[in-house]
Design a protein around this ligand. Structure first.
Ligand code: GTP
Ligand code: MG
Length: 193
């Protein structure tokens, strides 16, 4: 699949702000700071489209980006950011869960994990939820550029052993590694929808 255009559409802070047209959606999920917004930018080839930051918890709302005028990339807030207040964490949980559960137009869930670390408990919980609810998904192990080829192979086998039922793709938003493959997966999901 080729990206020919991408534009920011809107930020949603509650369900009254959700997009109401029926275009298919691709969601980016993962813990805070794992690289969701960077992945989105890398896929559309526009560095500053989704805001990225070294400060975890940067994306606090659901951000919609219209791609090729045909479908949405949906950038969700990250989970597991310890420094936000308990009530904010609960809010995140409710909003994300509602979103993930109720959106029939979600055709692919892209779950990000950090290639440098074994999946966290929250990563595994989300993965179990995706499987239990039969959500079409792919696990993207990102920041692959930060590891040597040897270490990367070891990390990949650890992630595979923790998430044996999911397809796993190595990615780097810095080098573009994995980009063509992930775009193909997205194209495939859109065709099926
Ligand atoms: P929240 O919005 O806080 O949930 O974070 P996020 O998951 O959107 O992460 P974001 O894309 O903002 O990236 C967090 C930090 O990791 C930034 O400093 C990025 O530059 C860096 N980063 C993201 N992806 C990669 C990657 O593939 N390689 C390297 N080297 N750095 C990356
Ligand atoms: Mg973000």
């Amino acid at each position: 699949m080729k990206v020919v255009s991408a534009e920011f559409v809107r930020s949603a802070y509650n369900n009254s702000h959700w997009i109401t047209d029926e275009r298919p959606e691709i969601a980016f999920l993962g813990r805070s700071n794992v690289g969701k917004s960077s992945l989105l930018n890398s896929l559309v080839g526009r560095k500053g489209l989704a805001r990225t930051s070294n400060t975890p918890g940067r994306t606090q709302c659901i951000n919609y980006f219209l791609v090729n005028g045909k479908f949405y990339f949906v950038d969700l807030p990250g989970y597991g950011y310890a420094k936000v207040s308990k009530s904010m964490r609960a809010d995140w949980g409710t909003m994300a869960r509602d979103y993930l559960t109720d959106r029939g137009q979600l055709v692919l869930f892209i779950q990000l994990v950090d290639a440098r670390h074994p999946p966290s408990e929250l990563d595994k919980e989300l993965n179990d939820w995706l499987l239990a609810n039969e959500k079409p998904h792919i696990v993207v192990a990102t920041k692959a550029d930060k590891l040597s080829a040897n270490t990367l192979a070891k990390q990949l086998s650890i992630i595979k052993s923790e998430m044996p039922e999911s397809k796993i793709l190595l990615y780097s938003s810095s080098t573009g590694k994995g980009r063509d493959q992930l775009l193909d997966e997205i194209g495939y999901s859109l065709k099926k929808s």
